[in-house]
Design a protein around this ligand. Structure first.
Ligand code: UDP
Ligand code: MG
Length: 318
């Protein structure tokens, strides 16, 4: 019997768990031909999420959980999930039921047809502010231009991955993760299905504007080095234009003599160059910071429990 793992990162989702579990058991009942695992990754929740998961596990042996030692963020929580899944395929979904479990039936059908990565594309984005929607679409456009791989817009982390995708993703252990980019990077046989993304059923989104901005910067800098090239191109353009300006100025001085004017021009040029330099430094800094983080070779996360087993440092690495 093939085994399907439902991988669900949870962070302060106490209010959501009972409904979620109920919807998942319905899904499982509909697909009794498979063996199922519900794998919760508790991402350092500060409410009673962990207790609720433990209670679920006592009732239902299909429930497994990994407890991370603190909040590592959803991207890292998913990596932890990939490390601990035992299924032949793995469905990544959010705990807030914005990803309808009903879609999994369809995903399983495509999986049986031989697809490796069946992703869900949002037809609508649920209730989101106009600004947030606009920003996220602009972000995807920029990202698409900058990186060579296709990053699909309106596709979230909700997807079914064959075991071989999971095994590949396990090997990609960068700490500044942009998992959406990684899904595209690994390739394999992909299939998209469409759905309407609903609203969060309880609790509230834990993404603030700055967290999203961070994710956007991470997305660009982890899948592309184009920003470094922007700095280079800006530098070259500035150098060329200032050279032309210098020649023009030389000729002008030779022909008409020197006058102490042009103070505003000087200031403008200085400020402009200063701005570009600071920007370029910032861009380079992004990448240097990334190198710094990776050279420390720390594990991406620390798991403190797997089900009833207490884990020590290092035991979670293969
Ligand atoms: N999540 C997590 N760690 C975090 C933040 C969120 O594991 O630091 C989980 C959260 O419990 C949920 C999923 O990631 O299952 C998506 O979170 P959320 O609904 O807040 O994000 P959005 O739907 O707004 O993208
Ligand atoms: Mg959500």
């Amino acid at each position: 019997m093939k085994k399907v793992t439902l991988l669900i990162p949870v962070y302060n989702e106490e209010a959501m768990l009972p409904t979620l579990y109920q919807r998942l058991t319905e899904l499982i009942r509909r697909n009794a031909a498979y063996e199922w695992e519900i794998l919760f990754i508790n991402d350092g929740s500060t409410d009673r999420t962990l207790d609720s998961i433990r209670q679920l596990r006592q009732k239902d042996p299909q429930v497994n959980y990994v407890n991370l030692s603190r909040n590592f963020g959803k991207e890292i929580a998913m990596l932890a999930g990939f490390d601990y899944t035992t299924g032949d395929c793995c469905v990544v979904m959010d705990a807030d039921l914005q990803d309808p479990p009903e879609l999994v039936d369809q995903m399983l059908k495509y999986w049986e047809e031989g697809y490796d990565d069946i992703y869900a594309r949002r037809r609508t984005r649920g209730e989101e502010s106009w600004l947030r929607r606009k920003l996220s679409l602009t972000f995807y456009k920029i990202l698409q231009r900058m990186s060579r791989i296709d990053i699909l817009p309106n596709v979230g982390d909700f997807r079914l991955l064959d075991r071989r995708c999971v095994l590949t993703l396990r090997r990609l252990r960068e700490q500044e993760r942009y998992t959406k980019g990684l899904f595209c990077w690994i390739g394999y046989h992909k299939k998209g299905i469409e759905f309407d993304r609903g609203d969060r059923m309880a609790g509230h989104s834990s993404w603030s504007f700055f967290k999203l901005l961070n994710l956007a910067i991470e997305g660009i800098t982890s899948s592309s080095t184009a920003p470094l090239r922007i700095a280079t191109v800006c530098g070259i353009l500035c150098a060329i234009s200032s050279f032309i300006y210098a020649i023009y100025f030389l000729i002008k001085t030779l022909m008409y003599g020197d006058e102490v004017v042009g103070f505003p021009t000087l200031i403008v040029v200085m400020l402009f160059l200063g701005g570009i330099q600071l920007f370029s430094l910032g861009v380079i800094g992004e990448y240097v910071g990334r190198i710094f983080k990776e050279t420390k070779r720390r594990p991406a996360y620390i798991a403190s429990d797997y089900n009833e087993t207490k884990l020590g440092y290092g035991e979670n690495e293969e």
